[in-house]
Ligand binder design. Structure first.
Ligand SMILES: NC(=O)c1ccc[n+]([C@@H]2O[C@H](COP(=O)([O-])OP(=O)(O)OC[C@H]3O[C@@H](n4cnc5c(N)ncnc54)[C@H](O)[C@@H]3O)[C@@H](O)[C@H]2O)c1
Length: 307
């Protein structure tokens, strides 16, 4: 199959690109390199370094005629979305619409979309949340993910383009950017390996559902099957708090840094954990144990710092 992947120079979608290419698919990447890195780009993929908002996107899709769009390019920082909701909407909603309209013209059959289980449900009523849990996102970023899911429903109803929206937990693993606000595993791993302090915001008891990137890639492989359609959590159902992450990383990095707490970030969701059971019936399950995934992530950052 020919698959067009947006964001393929970034953390998650570069791993998906590698998998699709290993499976024998032809992959074309669209990435504006705002946070993507050249070193992540699979040399067997064709790349267009262009913004998803660009008018030329329609021409590219018409030229390439992909069977599937796998859409991962986004502004992915919740705090950026809170500080600048208009910027977030222009990247994550208008940019997506530019792609979806191009999909209609180019006869794309299916769209796989990177949604967010950590933000679309908002403060949960049930733990873990399944896909039927009410959607009350409390950030512009979460709203943008919810709105994309609604647009995908519209494009399926009106144009017959099938879709899979994968609601990820907090994804971690090799290639994650350790410099942003997101990705506490990457940020703490890099800082502790460099002998720097890793400050925990507030009491550190905020919980998230951490999913290893390879499990996310497995879900993106399963999403290629015609029988897989609709909205699925891609999560573990396990809650981990920030203090636990700090302690695991301190031990793996042999760091002597003390556990240090700074002020809490205002408006941060307290608990997030989502049930992975719906995708189970297609043979997917989160395989990586947190301790093993964190170790692989530390090994990656160690090998990078030795280069
Ligand atoms: N990392 C997580 O924990 C997580 C959780 C849930 C959902 N997601 C979603 O998964 C996707 C990938 O996230 P990631 O963690 O790999 O982030 P990332 O920043 O590493 O990757 C995003 C990629 O998209 C590119 N990009 C951004 N804006 C673009 C634009 N306007 N036009 C073209 N390319 C653009 C960037 O250059 C980058 O290569 C995003 O949609 C994100 O919202 C991530």
């Amino acid at each position: 199959m020919k698959i067009l992947i947006t964001g393929g120079a970034g953390f998650i979608a570069s791993h998906i690109t590698d998998r699709y290419i290993n499976l024998g698919h032809e992959v074309v990447i669209i990435d504006n390199m705002s946070s993507g890195k050249n070193e992540n780009i699979n040399p067997k993929a064709k790349i267009y370094k262009i913004d998803i908002k660009d008018e030329q996107i329609a021409d590219i899709l018409l030229e390439e005629k992909p069977d599937i769009l796998n859409h991962h390019a986004a502004q992915m920082d919740v705090r950026v979305s809170v500080n600048d909701p208009k910027f977030d909407a222009s990247e994550n909603i208008i940019g997506s619409l530019n792609l979806y309209e191009a999909c209609v013209k180019a006869n794309v059959k299916k769209i796989i979309f990177a949604s967010s289980g950590g933000t679309v449900y908002g403060e949960q009523f049930e733990f873990p949340a399944n896909e039927e849990h009410p959607l009350n996102p409390c950030s512009p970023y979460g709203i943008s993910k919810m709105v994309n899911e609604k647009y995908l429903f519209y494009y399926k109803a009106v144009y017959g383009i099938d879709y899979v929206a994968l609601r990820y937990g907090n994804v971690y693993g090799p290639r994650q950017n350790p410099h942003g606000e997101a990705g506490v595993v990457a940020i703490f791993a890099e800082r502790l390996l460099a002998g720097k302090e890793a400050i925990i915001n507030g009491d550190g008891l905020i919980t998230r559902d951490y999913i290893y990137v390879n499990d996310v890639v497995n879900a993106n492989e399963i999403a290629l099957n015609d029988s897989v359609s609709g909205i699925f959590n891609v999560t573990t159902g396990v809650e981990t708090n920030v203090n636990e992450i700090f302690r695991a990383l301190k031990s793996l990095t042999f760091s002597e840094q003390e556990e240090t707490h700074g002020p809490a970030k205002a408006g941060e969701q307290r608990r997030s954990v989502c049930s992975p059971n719906k995708l189970d019936k297609f043979g997917w399950e989160p395989k990586m144990k947190f301790d093993d995934g964190v170790k692989l992530t530390v090994d990656y950052f160690k090998s990078k710092s030795n280069k």
